[in-house]
Design a protein around this ligand. Structure first.
Ligand SMILES: Cc1ncc(COP(=O)(O)O)c(C=O)c1O
Length: 483
């Protein structure tokens, strides 16, 4: 099998096509890059930016090298069927949702899912049942939805058409209960859909986590571009071998949602990323871990810097006493070391998934981080971060989450919003777990929480006017809707 995985059918197809010195009388208009005004280094790549010419196969009806590349992908990940995504996990999340539910269907979903999940539910007209994740003290961020909460939601809504979870978290924590949840879903015949955007490198061996597909998920979406050497947007969707979801329904949705002119460089990049991960050996893991240890030891030796390791060895969190993660991110950036993100507490580094012999630049990185620490603002007296109070574990929306101008809505003072239906999301940050979601009835308890957060000066994301104390609610009262 490894021999087959050495192949890169889409890359080989494009190499052989460009080797014929083709003359373009077809789209795209840059004609192999000749008429592009971009710098030469980028123009070089445009010779691969072709279209569905005879012999170059078609992502939407693959019969040749693209079909073979997707079959190799399914084989590498142990899936029943796998798809190349050219519009990120965003497109994959939309497709997996639209392939399982119809207007009015109940879907059980993690409250702090990515916006593409909520957009998918809105497009499907599904009525979500929201599950609140636990707070993770290690990463000081939202963690996972406990199995008991998923079981309770299934008990309350046995007619749900799917359970949708996010695993791992952005900060690299994985659910210890994903397998148990998958079993619970399978027992009642509800498909488990997992947004594994940050975990396309899982499954290569210890200490990397087990991928969702091997734990019993029915459909899994992965942003190959996040942790594998793939171009931005390049992503994978896998349907498991014994999936409750029909892979041809997913294919149909992808045909609707994805461009009719999918990018060949992106598909080649996906083929190459699959080859990279399928040929990742235990010697590569050892080499990666040695170099990671060198980096961590160098970092922990620096005064006032602490390093938090996640479950995913690719993720490291850096904290500096008395400063915010944003302060640290800014100082690192000034030294040309660019962190993935920062919050109040920490900056997140995503390490490269190195293979044996690949250059890591970690010694140079340590030198630059050392200089960045000297440039940090003076340490302030920052209070210890607290465990935030979170919304109830299982709440049901009465409407699809259609955050759109067609829903008749009005602004009201939040103190008068109890028993109305939220028309928008309101997300306190931290913790980044939505307090209100569109279509969700507003409880008295939530109004109280909102008041306490406002008093504490917590910033809010979403669509609101909380600087004037206002939230957006639907014009009809909740009695108009059946729960
Ligand atoms: C959990 C999660 N899901 C989905 C996405 C969307 O992925 P993409 O950028 O590949 O469309 C992201 C992006 O950050 C994400 O963090």
């Amino acid at each position: 099998m490894l021999d087959r995985q050495q192949r890169r059918p889409v890359v080989e197809m494009l190499e052989s096509f460009t080797g014929t010195n083709p003359i373009s009388f077809h789209v795209p208009g840059h004609k192999g890059g000749e008429f592009s005004g971009l710098p030469a280094s980028v123009r070089g790549m445009l010779s691969w930016d072709v279209t569905e010419l005879p012999g170059l196969d078609d992502l939407h009806a693959p019969e040749g090298p693209i079909l073979e590349a997707q079959q190799l992908l399914a084989e590498a990940y142990g899936a029943g069927r796998s798809f190349f995504l050219v519009n990120g996990s965003t497109g994959g999340n939309l497709a997996m949702i639209l392939s399982v539910c119809r207007p009015g269907d109940r879907v059980i979903v993690q409250r702090n899912a990515h916006k593409s999940i909520f957009n998918g539910l809105a497009l499907a007209g599904a009525r979500p049942v929201f599950l609140t994740p636990e707070w993770d003290m290690r990463t000081m961020a939202a963690g996972h939805v406990p199995a008991a909460v998923v079981r309770e939601a299934i008990r309350l809504y046995p007619d749900a058409k799917a359970v949708i979870l996010t695993n791992p978290t952005y900060y690299g924590r994985v659910s210890p209960e994903l397998g148990t949840i998958a079993e619970a879903c399978r027992r009642v015949g509800i498909p488990l859909l997992v947004d594994e955007a940050h975990g396309s490198h899982f499954g290569i061996g210890e200490p990397f986590p087990e991928p969702a597909l091997r734990q019993g998920a029915d459909v899994v979406v992965q942003s190959a571009h996040k942790t594998l050497p793939a171009m931005t947007m390049a992503s994978f969707l896998h349907v498991s071998k014994d999936s409750l979801v029909d892979p041809s329904a997913v294919a149909r949705q992808l045909g609707i949602l994805q461009s009719s002119s999918p990018s060949y460089p992106l598909m080649a990049s996906l083929d190459d990323a699959r080859h990279f991960i399928a040929t990742y050996r235990s010697a590569d893991i050892r080499s990666f871990l040695d170099r990671r240890r060198f980096l961590i030891e160098g970092l922990t030796a620096m005064p006032s810097l602490s390093v938090i390791e996640a479950d995913d060895p690719l993720k490291l969190l850096l904290r500096t006493e008395g400063r915010t993660g944003t302060d640290l991110q800014r100082a690192l950036g000034a030294q040309g070391v660019h962190a993935e993100l920062a919050d109040d507490c920490q900056a997140l580094l995503v390490l490269p998934l190195l293979k044996e012999g690949q250059d890591d630049r970690f010694a140079e990185t340590l030198g630059r981080i050392g200089r960045a620490l000297q440039d940090l603002p003076a340490a302030g007296n920052r209070p210890e971060p607290e465990i935030p109070s979170l919304p109830s574990s299982v709440t049901a929306s009465v409407l699809p989450p259609a955050e759109n101008p067609q829903s008749p809505a009005e602004w009201v003072h939040y103190t008068e919003s109890a028993d109305r239906i939220s028309a928008a999301s309101v997300i306190p940050y931290p913790p980044g777990i939505p307090l209100l979601l569109p279509g969700e009835p507003i409880r008295r308890e939530t109004v109280g929480q909102l008041g306490r957060l406002l008093e504490a000066g917590v910033p809010f994301q979403g669509h609101h006017r909380l600087e004037d104390g206002q939230v957006l609610v639907l014009i009809q009262s909740s009695e108009a809707y059946s729960i």
